[in-house]
Design a protein around this ligand. Sequence first.
Ligand code: NI
Length: 165
Amino acid sequence: MAILPIRRAGDPVLREKAKRVRLPVDSSIHRLIEDMWDTMYDAPGVGLAAPQIGVGLRVIVIDVPGHDRVALLNPEIVKRSGERRVDEGCLSVPGFRGEIIRSVKVLAKGIDPYTGKEVRIKAEDDLMAEALEHEIDHINGILYIDYLPGPEALVPLNDAPEVQG
Ligand code: NI
């Protein structure tokens, strides 16, 4: 287990479409997930995607209030609906936040790295819904700043509380 450096915007690994994890997984994937938890909690953050520690695989972890923490392989959004404004931040864009549009309802699926079974996660109007979209964007090479109208929409955090993934 290790706390690894978090890659920042500008690093090409954050812009690649990450590769699917082949199943069944071996222990290297479990080690990767342990490193992701360690790195995420140390940051601190509420979510992390493997490319953020330089690994181009479709793996995400999320731990937000009101939901069990979750690690998913090959996650996908199954369904999303509604629009809401959220104030978002990202561990790969430290010191800033920005207002973007996210979905109200999100249904995602992925593979549980320990059972190998498919799991579905439903979230509505909360941080889990936002984090699922944010982390799945990461494995597709998308950063939340891509949704901002321009660089001037990136707001310095100053002392505002950070919620980042
Ligand atoms: Ni992020």
